[in-house]
Design a protein around this ligand. Sequence first.
Ligand code: SAH
Length: 449
Amino acid sequence: MRAFLGVKTQQLLSRVCSPSAAVRWRAAQTRLYCSSSPDEEKSRPSMLRHLTSKIIATGPIPVAEYMREVLTNPVMGYYVRNNMLGPDGDFITSPEISQIFGELLGVWIVSEWMGAGGPKQLQLVELGPGKGSLASDILRVFSQLQSVLGEVSVSLHLVEVSPALSRLQAQNLTRDHSQEADAEDEPVYRRGETAAGLPVSWYRRLDDVPAGFSIFLAHEFFDALPIHKFQRTEKGWREVMVDIDPEKPDQLRFVVTPSPTLASSTLVQADERRDHVEVCAEGGVIVQQLARRITEDGGAALIADYGHDGTKTDTFRGFKGHQLHDVLASPGTADLTADMDFSYLRRMAGGGVACLGPVSQRTFLKNMGIDTRMQVLLRNCNDLSTRKQLISSYDMLTNPSKMGERFHFFSLLHHSRLAKPKKAEGLKLEKKRRPAPLPVAGFTELSFS
Ligand code: SAH
């Protein structure tokens, strides 16, 4: 059956890889956060001022609260700022490096939809869609695989906290054919339609996405969610907080609470062996929601991010202009991020779903047939600079010292997706078995023979 899946996925891939399919390569550009003009800078309330008044009023704040404010404060948050997009970026993501990334994920989605028996409705739900590039590449694959998808009714659901990015996603996905909701508290705050007529809806929270068979995607989403930090001390686990530096009142510093907090008493595992741990409780809640939805309505989630399997300690860091940036310096002007702990996500997902991975991005993309795709593209490309760009994008995505080993893929699946075929009960002569499930692409080496 492994070979069977290989053939099936290979067939999907070969249609997407068809040399006649338009090949468009993005320049290695970044997700772009340009600085504002000095006038705007002066008029904008300062994030640092906001945080220091908060700390003066309530005392030191947990790292999770600091991260939430800095990234998603509705007025000043890094992701929420109106003028965050422009030519100078802070970091780059795989979907922005090359469209091949989104194409392979599109094939994964179609393969999972087929593995679930091809339900009549397919909701593609993306958490934190950035510029909308990944969704756009996936929808192109859907249109190339129209004959496979048949009459299925596809809809796109985007969970995005940033109004500015939602506008950009609307431009990219609906060619500006979208409308904002009249009232601010509407669960669907924007609606639109793609050029192919697929409905697109925007939500602030996953909770608001309607129930139904869904494939969920989260690419570099979980690493942006707030983490709590805990330090082992002689007196037990203590939470790391952010405080004002008493020596320099316009600077922040980390402190450790003298006594346990609710978070330090509940979020650290009893058998924890590390001396310092980071726990993304918000990510845990989202994974629980994904698991419940998949159990109840079917579907799968594909999570791709940098992370570890419960081994790393201090990974909290900032990025500004592609450089590491002190997480406490000039809050609101740089991206803040922390590695995902896949072992925590697996624990939070519980037994209601099957978990696969993490596998490295290199392994996942190779299993999905990125090498075959490259060969086809190179065979059909004579332009030297395009060839160079193809090769360097491939290298960036798969090279172990670049994104290949740093990023990992992890999946939640409905248990039925992996269920072993049961022997038919009753008559001994009865040899008929339920067909074995298709192996899950990306997590299994495909046979292209
Ligand atoms: N997936 C994209 C963008 C990753 S950046 C890519 O890989 O290119 C993180 C994205 O998540 C941004 O779109 C940001 O606005 C969004 N985001 C961050 N925190 C969020 C939250 N709490 N809820 C919803 N979206 C969030």
